[in-house]
Design a protein around this ligand. Structure first.
Ligand code: SF4
Length: 350
């Protein structure tokens, strides 16, 4: 079976041509999948029955199975998807005012080894294909009522997107295109722990994506502990590459900082962070930690969060303290994947 959503191996157009079907059928199929949210070829009622049958025999629209679907009271929904080879990935839909943001994965597992993260606990299994990344977008779009559209994408789920950059970019091309999801690059954020060479490669692409660099520590000593891959690069090289990205595309940088109770949340850490980032056109996004079963890290106290914030603001940094969304459904990346599957989701086909 060919995976219809695989943009790097467009097999539909030659398939239609070989059978003497008009080329515009490819556009019809695409419109059904992306705009009309069809889940099967049977739904594509303006295609001749015979064409639908032949397509269904040789193509699958979706190559994953929904293994679990969770909803939180705040509107957050999370899907655990099982891939054709049995690997599991997670993706999330976040509802915030008019925004419908999706957070998608780029790899099965993650090699970066951040010590507080469930996704990295078992290392990386493999890169996702572009089609598997697109599929997360469509699966999440299907959760929306018909009159709502996806508005923003963050590539911040499981995996390091810049370690699978070609597939991520191919999938985002589909997300941006008018006959795909039509989401502007300015509403798409790629998150990285900081791979300098790949940040520069992304800058050269020239598409105005937003870049978010996950710092989690204001200096190399602590960062080497929390984000072990930092030992290979160091903060200075990462910030140099991020500055080059800003020079190249003019998009304000975001620095993510997961606030871990009694680890990186003291006023001293905040002062160090101010010294590190002052003068940059950047937003510092601070995320109080969401506890992960089996890991000893804690949510910071309200007092510590407040004091941390005051130091950043007084230091002139532009800051945002993100609310923890969907915490009752383990929405932090990698947590759902580790739970045993007890029953198939009501949304799961088959
Ligand atoms: S926080 Fe992100 S980069 Fe770090 S291990 Fe988890 S998924 Fe990988």
């Amino acid at each position: 079976m060919h995976h219809l959503l695989e943009p790097t191996t467009d097999s539909l157009s030659p398939w239609l041509a070989e059978r003497g079907y008009p080329a515009y059928r490819a556009g019809q199929v695409r419109s059904w999948v992306f705009a009309r949210r069809a889940g099967s070829f049977d739904d594509m009622t303006d295609l001749p029955r015979q064409v639908r049958g032949e397509l269904a025999a040789e193509f699958s629209i979706f190559a994953t199975r929904i293994a679990r679907h969770s909803r939180a009271d705040d509107g957050t929904q999370k899907l655990l998807l099982e891939l054709a080879d049995g690997g599991r990935i997670e993706c999330v839909l976040l509802v915030d005012g008019p925004r419908r943001t999706i957070c998608i994965s780029s790899q099965v597992g993650c090699a970066m080894g951040c010590v507080f993260c469930a996704s990295g606990l078992d290392g990386v299994e493999r890169n996702l294909t572009a089609g598997e990344i697109v599929e997360q977008m469509l699966r999440l779009q299907q959760l929306l009522p018909p009159d709502e559209r996806l508005s923003h994408i963050v590539v911040m789920g499981m995996g390091e997107p810049l370690a699978n950059l070609d597939a991520v970019l191919a999938a985002l091309d589909v997300a941006r295109s008018d006959d795909g999801l039509g989401i502007s690059a300015r509403r798409i954020t790629i998150s990285t722990v900081g791979l300098p060479a790949a940040i520069r490669k992304l800058a050269q692409v020239g598409t105005p994506y937003n870049l978010a660099v996950s710092l989690h520590a204001p200096g190399d000593e602590l960062r080497n502990e929390l984000v072990p891959v930092n030992k290979n690069t160091g903060l200075a090289a990462i910030l140099d590459a991020a500055d080059d990205f800003f020079q190249a595309n003019g998009r304000r940088l975001t620095f993510e900082y997961v606030l871990l109770g009694d680890v990186n949340d003291s006023p001293r850490h905040a002062q160090q962070l101010v010294r590190l980032l002052r003068g940059r056109m950047a937003l510092v996004n601070v995320i109080p930690y969401n506890p992960v079963a089996g890991l000893s890290y804690r949510t910071p106290s309200k007092l510590a969060v407040h004091a941390f914030r005051n130091v950043l603001v007084d230091g002139g940094l532009h800051v945002k303290f993100r609310q923890r969304k969907g915490s009752e459904i383990d929405a932090a990346c990698g947590q759902l994947r580790r739970l045993p599957i007890v029953a198939p989701s009501p949304l799961a086909p088959g």
